[in-house]
Design a protein around this ligand. Structure first.
Ligand SMILES: Cc1cc2nc3c(=O)[nH]c(=O)nc-3n(C[C@H](O)[C@H](O)[C@H](O)COP(=O)(O)OP(=O)(O)OC[C@H]3O[C@@H](n4cnc5c(N)ncnc54)[C@H](O)[C@@H]3O)c2cc1C
Length: 447
């Protein structure tokens, strides 16, 4: 219900400036094609304002929608808003604007377009993972030109300047008698910038003043470590649902001061731990953290938790590689809170060495008598257990001919956490095997 209300507020928000604009005395801008162009411009502007709120991790919105969905929504909205702004700009030339006002608008639009394209390529994996081989080429290019992610983030922040220019463009528009309209445009800008600015500065500073201390860095394999944290200044540790993630920023020590998302791999009854696999610049150095180093923890975020689905449903956890981390937290929690729950854990990895913390999972089986655990290895020819990839045949073999489970309450809930391509293919197989889309929950380890 809350989600529908939020969507309604979001969708209707361009109506306020539109009503204020079109209800005032008529002028050239309210007629014919100009009116269409102005409407596109207003929708684009309001969407751009919302974009800053969507990425500001506002707890109230995040709790209902989930951070990953918010980011995906933000990416789609960017496309829509750019299209509206482009239409506004191409339909409007018939109108007599003043040169400066039009130039400011065009400059704002150009910044939006170029920075958005740059960010879609370099800051997010969302679009590049949809095009075959694009991510591989993007990653090669990033390595070649040594483009640090922090520079892509700085570039993305230039969009705040574009929004200010867009606001100024509207303020300078040659419209008479529309003070309320212009007031509403300014208020949208002020609210968006206040929310965004609060997250970027005071909130980060506040979290930095209440850091966490590293209590242990435990190697799990040659390229994975578990980092355990405790609140450093006596504050209570954050409470989280198993399966949620945090943004982790080292404040001292040898690691760069960069913010990275990691799922919490410990149980909600313990202090926070994250289990990290070396994938790039930052994660390859995580083992260099030392006991006593300070870390800023922002979170918890996400809605990937068995606690948020129907109680009693049989749970099917499907992990790919390091994607097992949220399930480690969920299994520990289940062993205390619902030890009789039926749970299937299917874990695909390349090599046996990638099955980190496997002994812990096997030990948990003593406390979770209805846990069935199936590791599947794709690159171990001599492995005596299940081999290959998680495909339709394997799913049927493990979950039976009706993976969805029985009817009504007996239906299973599916949780997938794996690389994006694996999530997409497993979700597709499950749907082909009759599992309803709403029963499939996933956490992609990239935005
Ligand atoms: C919700 C979520 C939970 C995650 N949980 C875990 C976990 O439990 N264990 C684990 O090992 N990994 C986890 N990851 C992945 C982890 O965040 C990335 O592997 C890590 O940020 C890569 O940084 P890097 O500099 O080492 O690698 P890079 O080579 O810089 O990046 C590797 C990939 O990660 C993406 N990435 C890099 N930095 C960030 C960032 N700051 N924010 C978002 N994406 C980024 C890049 O787009 C790239 O595709 C999670 C990711 C998300 C989104």
């Amino acid at each position: 219900m809350l989600k529908i209300m939020m969507l309604a507020v979001y969708s209707l928000s361009p109506l306020i400036p539109a009503i204020l604009f079109f209800s005032a005395p008529t002028g050239a801008l309210t007629k014919g094609l100009n009116a269409v162009a102005v409407t596109f411009g207003m929708v684009a502007y309001v969407c751009f304002c919302w974009q800053f709120i969507l990425v500001s991790r506002v707890k109230f919105i995040e709790r209902v929608v989930g951070q990953d969905r918010l980011i995906r929504f933000h990416l789609y909205v960017a496309l829509g808003a750019l299209a509206c702004a482009g239409l506004h700009s191409s339909l409007i030339p018939g109108l007599k604007g003043n040169g400066l006002q039009a130039s400011i608008g065009q400059l704002a639009l150009n910044i939006f377009i170029y920075i958005s394209i740059f960010s879609a390529i370099f800051l997010s994996d969302f679009f590049v993972t949809k095009i075959p081989h694009a991510k591989k080429w993007r990653d090669l290019l990033v390595a070649r030109i040594r483009l640090d992610r922090k520079w892509s983030l700085y570039a993305h922040r230039v969009l705040a300047l574009a929004l200010a220019l867009a606001c100024l463009h509207i303020m300078l528009a040659p419209v008479q008698g529309r003070a309320l309209f212009k007031g509403s445009i300014f208020i949208y800008w002020a609210v968006a910038m206040s929310v965004y600015g609060y997250r970027a500065f005071p909130r980060k500073r506040r979290l930095g003043r209440r850091p966490y201390r590293v209590t242990e860095v435990r190697p799990e394999s040659k390229d994975a470590w578990t980092v355990s944290l405790e609140p450093a200044s006596g504050q209570a540790s954050i409470s989280f649902a198993p399966g949620q993630f945090i943004y982790f920023t080292p404040l001292t020590g040898k690691l760069q001061r960069e913010e990275h998302p990691f799922s919490i791999s410990s149980s909600p009854r313990e202090n926070i731990s994250v289990t990290v696999k070396s994938l790039g610049d930052f994660t390859s150095k995580i083992g260099g953290l030392e006991r006593g180093d300070y870390v800023r923890v922002d979170g918890p975020y996400g809605r990937f938790s068995y606690r948020l689905v129907r109680r009693g449903a049989e749970l099917v956890f499907i992990a790919g590689g390091i994607g097992v981390t949220p399930f480690l937290s969920m299994l520990q929690d289940l062993s205390r809170e619902a030890p009789d729950r039926k749970v299937i854990l299917l874990w695909g990895a390349k090599h046996e060495k990638d099955l980190i913390r496997v002994k812990e999972i096997e030990a948990l089986a003593d406390r979770l008598p209805n846990l069935s655990f199936y590791p599947v290895l794709s690159r171990e020819t001599s492995y005596s257990g299940l081999r290959g990839r998680i495909d339709k045949n394997l799913l049927v073999r493990i979950l039976g001919p009706q993976p969805a489970g029985g009817a009504g309450d007996a239906q299973r809930e599916f949780f997938i956490c794996a690389p994006p391509v694996v999530i997409d293919s497993v979700a597709r197989f499950l749907q082909q095997l009759g599992v309803a889309k709403r029963k499939i929950h996933f956490e992609k380890f990239s935005f």
